[in-house]
Design a protein around this ligand. Structure first.
Ligand SMILES: Nc1ncnc2c1ncn2[C@@H]1O[C@H](COP(=O)(O)OP(=O)(O)OP(=O)(O)O)[C@@H](O)[C@H]1O
Ligand SMILES: [Mg+2]
Length: 362
């Protein structure tokens, strides 16, 4: 299980030089708007692959007028301590995130780190998850798949690269058919894998919600499903390939591929009756918390993965149902939480075993 003992930020966002030690269980970051709570959660999230909770460009993470940031973490994994350094490298004005584990940046040591680190997030935008665009929901599900399978992003990146390649070929005057056929075969096999992984993740969440329902009274019945005109669980490689073949001329004109997991939507059906887009923002927060609870249950009890939870501005819109889900998440699992909010009072219901930090230093 992974826990962050402390973090030291240098020239990261609004922080010049800021060090803070954390508790193993519940850490609540409190402070005025703009003091740096989300920035601190973002810094923690960078320990995982990718660009963090805001999916920001690396250049924007560097404190204005500075040239580099350095984040040092001390991480505990199964009672062993690791020193993690995260910083930027600038090559031809392109910034790259570099990670070192105990001063070693070899692929092997980063792979080991990624095996143990799994981060789940809540950001305030998720209160409108079911009114946002489908790409936002795809991203949400993709983060959940990634938290369970840390090679998932490699798959998605490869898939996106092949999609671009296919359009480039289609838009050429002279088409290399062998090359196009091969690319479409690659797209079909990667696309199917993405569909299947998303589908399994959604099934795990739906099933874990059913398991949890036995001793947790949820305000709604929730069922997630993929909405996609071209996908069903029996979709074969050959069918996928023929869809791509048949949409060549459309895709050439449209400049994008009409078919595939990059076009799916994720629906949340409430009480077998209506779509979650009709829910209020507070109720959408309930849905997201239910999904996170189910995801934690799946990761901890079925995958033996202990995620770290980063819940930004989680204090608002917490009615008794939402509190109950959050409390259940805290009580049920031995995992580390980082919560943020503007007011300590919002967290009084968990204050007995939480440590509060006033984020003030700029
Ligand atoms: N690259 C940067 N360099 C310097 N300052 C930055 C940089 N990026 C963001 N900031 C500043 O960091 C400050 C804190 O931002 P942050 O989003 O963490 O605040 P917050 O505590 O989460 O506030 P809120 O309660 O409103 O969500 C903002 O004033 C922002 O302008
Ligand atoms: Mg914030």
């Amino acid at each position: 299980m992974a826990k962050i003992n402390n973090i030291h930020l240098n020239n990261f966002r609004n922080f010049t030089n800021y060090k803070i030690s954390f508790e193993k269980k519940i850490n609540v970051l409190i402070g005025e708007n703009g003091c740096g709570k989300t920035n601190l959660l973002e810094a923690i999230s960078l320990i995982s692959k990718g660009r963090g909770i805001r999916n920001s460009s690396i250049a924007n993470l560097i404190k204005k007028k500075e040239h580099n940031f350095l984040i040092k973490n001390n991480l505990e994994i199964n009672n062993n301590n690791f020193d993690i350094e995260i910083f930027t490298e600038n090559k031809n004005n392109k910034f790259k995130k570099i990670v070192k584990v105990n001063e070693d940046s070899s692929k092997d040591s980063i792979d080991i780190l990624n095996q143990f680190i799994s981060i789940l997030i809540f950001v305030p935008e998720m209160e409108r998850l079911f009114q946002a665009s489908p790409s936002y929901r795809r991203n949400f599900i993709d983060r959940l798949v990634f938290a369970s399978k840390n090679t998932y992003n490699i798959l998605v990146n490869k898939y996106k690269k092949f999609l671009l390649e296919r359009i480039k070929i289609l838009q050429k005057n002279v088409i290399d058919n062998n090359w196009l056929n091969q690319i479409e075969r690659d797209i079909s096999s990667l696309g199917l894998e993405i569909y299947q992984l998303r589908c399994s993740q959604i099934n795990y969440i739906n099933n874990n919600l059913i398991i949890l329902k036995k001793d947790h009274k949820f305000p709604f019945n929730l069922k997630l499903q993929i909405k996609d005109d071209y996908f069903n669980e029996d979709l074969s490689f050959e069918e996928y390939l023929s869809y791509l073949f048949n949409s060549r001329s459309y895709d050439k004109q449209f400049g994008g591929t009409k078919i595939g997991p990059h076009r799916s939507d994720i629906l949340a059906i409430i009480n077998n009756d209506f779509d979650a887009s009709l829910l209020s923002t507070g109720q959408q927060k309930t849905i997201v918390l239910m999904i996170l609870l189910a995801q934690c249950n799946y990761l901890v009890n079925h995958k033996n993965i202990n995620p770290i939870l980063l819940l930004d501005e989680i204090g608002s819109h917490l009615d008794s149902y939402n509190r109950q889900i959050l409390l259940d998440m805290i009580n049920r699992f031995e995992i580390q939480f980082f919560l943020s909010g503007t007011d300590k009072d919002l967290f009084s219901f968990i204050s007995t075993n939480a440590k509060f930090y006033n984020i003030t230093e700029l």
